[in-house]
Ligand binder design. Sequence first.
Ligand SMILES: Nc1ncnc2c1ncn2[C@@H]1O[C@H](COP(=O)(O)OP(=O)(O)OP(=O)(O)O)[C@@H](O)[C@H]1O
Ligand SMILES: [Mg+2]
Length: 258
Amino acid sequence: MTTVLELKDLKRIYVGTIGMTKKKSIEALKGISFEVKDGEIFGLLGPNGAGKTTTIKILTTLLAPSSGEAKVLGYNCFGEEKHIRGSINFIFGGERGLYWRLSGVENLRYFGDLYKIPSNILNKKIKELIKLVGLEGRENEKVEGYSKGMKQRLQIARGLINDPKILFLDEPTLGLDPVGAKDLRNIITKLKAEGKTILLTTHYMYEADELCDRIAIINDGRILALDTSKELKKKYMDDENASLEDVYIKLVGGCTNE
Ligand SMILES: Nc1ncnc2c1ncn2[C@@H]1O[C@H](COP(=O)(O)OP(=O)(O)OP(=O)(O)O)[C@@H](O)[C@H]1O
Ligand SMILES: [Mg+2]
């Protein structure tokens, strides 16, 4: 199987400011390494501030690493971004990244135009995506009138507009109702069946357990464990029928990084 994501000793230091002038270094990633294979759903779990979003920002070429290696489809995330951007997309949980004064369809057309998708193909794609995410009937209304879940569904459609090979989902079910979250998990399973590779972060253990082929548990910028859910349960709980939450709590304990 081809390796599509490759991280080697990846580090990221942020320089934060305290008060007016004082600087403080925050080591968000302290040297993480892992690989993701073509077609996998790979989960990144860890407490608030563990470094999950930082990892995704580097892999989606939005943030430069401080040192180490991050490659997507064989290309360096820093320096070869041009070769990566057309083949990936990302969805951050929450309501950012949409134009509220535009309708759902207008938003998708705007983002499709950024990828220079010819309009006949784009119109067809938009129809398909509206159907996939269950926004039929509401697609011509302004996004400002959408509920949180509807905005989140539109985010998913936006993230699929360029038919990405690799999709980065950062807490995609945040704030969705149980049915909305279940629908989204079904969409993720469908995308995997189509051959897409997905890197997912979530704070919902059952979601990671249901969806992910392999899981990395990350805390304070370091990977504590990486395996299939079943192996993690065997290794850390001595019981393959334990819950992933038990494994997580055993590894991460009560600590948070904030
Ligand atoms: N722009 C920034 N400037 C300074 N520090 C930052 C910045 N972005 C993130 N950090 C810090 O880097 C660390 C990792 O943050 P990150 O957002 O990657 O965590 P996370 O695992 O995604 O957490 P969460 O589960 O809360 O989303 C945290 O200590 C955070 O405060
Ligand atoms: Mg995050």
